[in-house]
Design a binder for this molecule. Structure first.
Ligand code: ASP
Ligand code: MG
Length: 428
């Protein structure tokens, strides 16, 4: 059994859905589990919807209509392909519309005070809609498949928006749902979403569909995972950043974990560990050129000479924290500061400390930044610079470093044997 994961870009419009089905078709003699994300940028649109809902603002109708229209445009385009099919597009549209009615009903009830909970009850619509559409389309073009609502078998704790998988509860349920004993060769399901112990929708963190694929691979003992991307494989830099990039042919699990941890966007950082434990290879493949080899992440015993790999995290904040009472930044202070980061779900991307100050680089995406700073300021002097980016170079060379830092203002620098990291003032 193999697992395919398609991200938002692979279902961003009608042509993409057709290309996805070509890829599935070429493999559907094998046992296959297909994991699909929300279409295009729908998760971002749902985030806007959630914020408007949470703040009870009227613009919500506009965003709702955009989301609805986006899906119906794709439906109208793809289900035109095969007119003599018995499939009733009207019935299908009615069933999709009932999901939109459910989403719209949310608006009529005021939200609870728990933002993260409300977020997860709404964000899941993106994945539910996209997988219903893709599954129906595959059936429509005679790729027989079964749609599974993953929330019935993937169980998590109730740490909404960053929920942790409950492996013990999920394993038997997942095994039962994806049993392959009902003459079904292809299952189609959602990434990113799950359900909590109390039965509500939960989510695994943004871009978490890769992780879902990995969890399913582990539980179902998959032969391999293929993650289909709009790039030819794992590149040594983001092609939107550097004109010339090189594709890595193969990398070890360990290297992939490091690269993902430092912010390489190609794969979600939590993805690697489960498949490493079972030595399941992960292929990063080109969605547009499926025949190409892509990159394989697997267990590698021989030494690999890797080219420098550049990772850029934009929209960062550099915080500098020092105690008001001139105590040292050691155990007690550090644990107090990190407890606050955990409370506000802050992602810490780099840490550096001296005797009386702690510098951390964090992603500028916490909605509670103001509250975090206010809490820190009760005990510490806090300075911050919101306009910075964090660059990491794995396997750095003198030349590679110069390429990145020349003419830049360096605010902080950290080097180990394999990795050089720089916090730079963001370029315009
Ligand atoms: N749709 C979700 C997101 O955009 C999950 C994913 O794409 O992996 O974050
Ligand atoms: Mg996505």
């Amino acid at each position: 059994m193999i697992i395919y994961k398609f991200g938002g870009a692979s279902v961003k419009d009608a042509d993409a859905v057709r290309q996805l089905s070509n890829i599935v078709k070429s493999t559907c003699d094998k046992k296959l589990v297909v994991v699909v994300s929300a279409m295009g940028k729908i998760t971002n649109a749902l985030e806007r919807f959630i914020n408007l809902y949470y703040n009870q603002l009227p613009d919500i109708e506009t965003v709702f209509n955009e989301i609805r229209q986006f899906h119906f445009d794709i439906i109208d385009s793809i289900f035109n392909d095969n007119k003599d099919n018995l499939f009733s597009i009207d019935d299908f549209k009615k069933s999709i519309n009932s999901d939109f009615i459910k989403l719209h009903n949310k608006v009529n009830n005021a939200p609870t005070s728990d933002y993260d909970f409300e977020y997860d009850q709404i964000i899941c619509f993106g994945e539910i809609l996209s997988t219903k559409i893709v599954s129906a389309y595959l059936n429509f073009i005679n790729i027989n498949n079964k749609w599974i609502d993953i929330r019935n078998c993937l169980k998590t704790d109730n740490n909404y928006r960053e929920a942790k998988v409950d492996w013990d509860k999920s394993s038997p349920l997942v095994t039962k749902s994806f049993s392959f004993n009902d003459s079904i060769n292809v299952y189609l399901t959602q990434g990113f979403i799950a359900s909590s112990v109390n039965g509500y929708s939960s989510s695994l963190g943004r871009e978490g569909s890769d992780y879902t694929a990995s969890v399913l691979a582990f539980i179902l003992n998959a032969e391999s995972i293929s993650v289909w991307k709009d790039v030819p494989g794992f590149l040594n830099a983001d092609p939107k950043w550097f004109e010339k990039t090189e594709k890595l042919e193969e990398i070890s699990y360990q290297e992939a974990i490091e690269l993902a941890f430092y912010g390489a966007k190609i794969i979600h950082p939590k993805t690697i560990k489960p498949i490493q434990n079972k030595s399941i290879p992960l292929y990063v493949k080109s969605f547009l050129n499926p025949e190409d080899a892509g990159t394989v992440i697997r267990s590698i015993k021989h030494k690999l000479e890797l080219v420098p790999v550049y990772i850029r995290k934009q929209n960062q904040v550099l915080l500098s924290i020092s105690p008001l009472d001139f105590s040292f930044i050691i155990e007690e202070n550090i644990s107090k500061i990190f407890a606050l980061f955990a409370r506000y779900k802050v992602k810490v991307n780099l840490i550096q400390n001296s005797a009386i100050s702690l510098s951390v680089c964090i992603s500028n995406n916490t909605s509670k930044f103001g509250q975090l700073i206010a809490d820190l300021k009760k005990y510490y002097k806090v300075l911050y610079n919101k306009n910075v980016e964090l660059i990491t170079i794995r396997h750095y060379t003198h030349k590679a470093v110069n390429k990145v830092i020349t003419d830049k203002k360096i605010l902080l620098e950290q080097k180990s044997r394999n990795t050089a990291r720089f916090v730079l003032r963001a370029s315009k």
